[in-house]
Write a protein that binds this ligand. Structure first.
Ligand SMILES: Cc1cc2nc3c(=O)[nH]c(=O)nc-3n(C[C@H](O)[C@H](O)[C@H](O)COP(=O)(O)O)c2cc1C
Ligand SMILES: C=C(O[C@@H]1CC(C(=O)O)=C[C@@H](OP(=O)(O)O)[C@H]1O)C(=O)O
Length: 411
């Protein structure tokens, strides 16, 4: 079973990940891996940290001359910012920091955090893990810095899926009050050739806010500028669209096999993502039943649908239509002027510690959502078609396509 674990603190020396169960003989590209990571770093509205980092993940095991070995894949990424935090984030006790985390110098003490920030893991994490001295012990791991490794893992999964004609795109459909036009949304999520979809993917990758319509892009950047000038932050909406999926990934047989549930968990685990919906999503609740069905058609190319209100999923399985997932991201919680809280040393009201922060990170979240979707889809794909060796998975996939055609259409 394909799985992964990440490790690393935001300002620690490294981020890392280990992927287990990745099939053997899969060709992978470092150019694509680094391009996906660069996409996560970009986006109008990002703060100063992204100027420091260059997220070029190294592969340290499981790969030989660009092909996977079937052994665990190790990924490593140095945090460049660590050079500025060596005294604060040293893994072992130093002259100034003893094993209990007590700091001796005034300079170190300044970087100790005792004011939990609303909207972050700080307060709950402090109580849960008994972090009475320094909330840094919570916020370092709770930070979205960890999503760099999820994008690295997701990029390898995305490359695997591409070999089967499956293409995934995460794009920004709204920032603050500015939303992409209905027509633009329809253009991305409509069933289409992979060539047509590739053009949209390129357009999105080149746009400063990862959206598709230039006028919307300009309006979004203006909204970000205005939020920054008003010393506040923005959230927004993003959409993941997957083209080229076979029918039947996931399963209806048990709660934990249903693909919609698995995707929702993976996507909601992204920092600051507060909602997920499939296809017509929340609007389905307002409509008459007959308007929400996707009529089944039999064509010479196989089954298709006259519409896609269900977003490509029925009964916890893909139904061959594009997978369409909408997400909402809350505004970045850190506010330049601080936020009301209590100081855990004095238990008196104060303003939360102001960290350097992004004004918005919706474009980055779209890349992360694309990556999390790739991981879940590859897991489901390998469950269905085998997970040991690339050529055998390809053969099993072809077998499925030809036998299902024969069983239903060549009668
Ligand atoms: C790519 C990305 C960048 C983020 N950057 C910041 C940031 O600079 N400052 C901040 O306060 N929150 C930032 N966040 C949001 C916090 O990580 C998140 O709100 C916090 O960890 C609490 O998690 P929750 O919102 O899921 O409850 C970012 C999130 C993402 C996905
Ligand atoms: C480091 C990243 O995002 C960070 C996520 C983040 C948070 O609280 O989630 C806070 C900020 O960290 P810092 O205080 O170091 O500027 C962001 O820059 C990244 O995306 O790679």
């Amino acid at each position: 079973m394909l799985n992964y674990v990440t490790a690393g603190e935001s300002h620690g020396p490294y981020l890392s990940a280990i992927i287990s169960g990745f099939p053997a003989n899969v060709p992978l590209s470092r150019t694509t891996l680094w391009a996906d990571l660069a996409q996560r770093q970009q986006g109008y509205g990002r703060g100063g940290r992204m100027q420091i980092e260059t997220d070029q993940v190294e592969v340290i095991s499981g790969l030989r001359f660009g092909r996977t070995l079937g052994s665990p894949i190790g990924l490593l990424l140095p945090n460049r910012d660590f050079t500025n935090w060596q005294d604060v984030m040293a893994p072992w006790p130093t002259a100034e920091n003893d094993a209990s985390g007590q700091t001796s110098s005034a300079a170190r003490r300044k970087r100790t955090i005792s004011q939990p920030r609303p909207g972050h893991a700080d307060l709950s994490g402090a109580l849960k893990y008994a972090q009475t001295q320094d909330l840094r012990n919570v916020l370092e791991r709770a930070s979205a810095r960890e999503t760099a490794m999820r994008v690295a893992v997701g990029s390898l999964c995305r490359q695997f899926l591409q070999a089967f004609g499956i293409e995934i795109l995460g794009w920004v459909s709204g920032i603050g009050a500015v939303t992409a036009a209905r027509q633009a949304r329809g253009a991305v999520s409509a069933p289409q050739s992979l060539t047509a979809f590739a053009k949209i993917q390129q357009q999105v990758a080149a746009d400063p806010v990862r959206t598709i319509d230039p006028a919307t892009s300009t309006a979004m950047r203006t909204a970000i500028d205005q939020a920054q000038a008003a010393a506040t932050t923005l959230g927004g909406r993003l959409q993941v669209v997957v083209q080229g999926l076979p029918i039947g990934l996931g399963s209806y047989v048990a709660a934990d096999t249903k693909l919609d549930g698995r995707l929702a968990q993976a996507l909601l685990s992204i920092n600051a993502i507060k909602g997920v919906s499939f296809g017509g999503g929340f609007t389905l609740g307002e409509q008459l039943g007959r308007a929400t069905l996707d009529p089944i058609l039999a064509t010479e190319n196989g089954f298709t649908r006259a519409s896609n209100h269900q977003g490509g999923l029925e009964g916890g399985m893909t139904n061959g239509q594009p997978l369409v997932i909408d997400l909402v991201m809350k505004p970045i919680p850190t506010q330049p002027q601080g936020a009301p809280t209590v100081d855990l040393r004095t238990m008196r009201a104060t303003g939360a510690t102001v960290q350097r922060a992004d004004v918005t990170a919706v474009p980055a979240a779209a890349v992360i959502a694309q990556s999390m979707t790739a991981i879940v889809l590859m897991q489901a794909f390998c469950e269905m078609f085998g997970g040991d060796e690339f050529g055998r998975i390809q053969a099993a996939y072809q077998h499925y396509l030809t036998t299902t055609k024969a069983e239903f259409f060549d009668k």
